[in-house]
Design a protein around this ligand. Structure first.
Ligand code: ATP
Ligand code: MG
Length: 245
């Protein structure tokens, strides 16, 4: 079966640094895939390649079998890919509902757009925030509103870069719940660092290390793997795996 999104020999070099090294990734329609790895593993670089923010040095990116290597971010978005970066994307002068409406600007029918925006807020459990100014939201709430803006246009695939960055343990657990629920209707790729989150998501995991795929398996097998423990525990700054190893 043709993958929804695939890479073939994807490689990104920065001078002498090979940040992404010959990566073959296959994400199926409807899948929820976690992409993890220690600091410097190449996660963000892979994310930027997949979302058109940077052009890979070599290899290909395929969308439903079609070569999309080198497309710009807006072109990739138009294919039906929702992208949530770590860069804040909320305008402070708007309410939550207006923000999500803005994400639906290609829908000219006001009633349809507002209904869809409201339905998305309900889906993410933040309908009560609809009339709140985004400027006054807590960090975790802002993250959910940004996610609502990505989800509202009903993309076939959602790609998220460290969605739990800066969240409390409670917000992280809630984000994991929300993302699992969204997976009922969207394929999702999550680039993430947070191990409790990966465990709560409990789906197929691809582990990157030094730009390469170290292993790819279900979450239990990945967390039990000696090589994965070694590359995480080898980093003093990253004690997150110790909690669950
Ligand atoms: N624009 C760039 N120029 C030069 N080197 C870069 C650039 N971006 C990333 N790198 C290098 O590529 C490697 C992979 O970095 P990347 O940011 O993709 O890792 P990461 O897995 O996202 O790490 P982290 O968990 O710290 O976010 C690192 O060695 C990094 O220094
Ligand atoms: Mg990163």
């Amino acid at each position: 079966m043709t993958a929804l999104l695939a890479t073939e020999h994807l490689t990104m070099r920065f001078g002498g640094v090979v940040a992404v090294d010959d990566v073959d990734l296959n994400v199926a329609d409807g899948e929820l895939r976690c992409l993890i790895g220690p600091n410097g593993a190449g996660k963000s670089t892979l994310f930027k390649c997949l979302t058109g923010q940077i052009k890979p040095s070599a290899g290909r990116i395929l969308w439903r079998g079609r070569d999309i290597t080198g497309l710009e971010s807006f072109e990739i978005a138009r294919l039906g890919v929702g992208i949530k970066t770590q860069v804040p994307s909320l305008f402070d002068g708007l309410t939550v509902l207006e923000s999500v409406r803005l994400a639906l600007r290609r829908e000219a029918r006001e009633r349809v757009a507002r209904a869809r925006a409201m339905a998305t807020l309900e889906q993410l459990g933040i309908a009560d925030l609809a009339q709140h100014a985004t400027a006054l939201l807590a960090h975790g709430q802002r993250q959910l509103v940004e996610l609502a803006m990505v989800v509202a246009p009903a993309p076939d695939l959602i790609i998220l870069d460290e969605p739990t960055a800066g969240m409390s343990a409670e917000e992280t657990a809630r984000a994991a719940h929300v993302i699992r629920a969204l997976n009922a209707s969207h394929a999702i790729i999550v680039v993430e660092h947070d191990m409790p989150f990966i465990r709560a998501i409990a789906k197929k995991v691809t582990v990157l290390h030094q730009g390469r795929v170290l292993m790819e398996d279900d979450v239990a097998s990945v967390l039990a793997d000696r090589r994965v423990q070694d590359v995480y525990l080898g980093k003093a700054a990253d004690a997150s795996l110790k909690v669950i190893a």
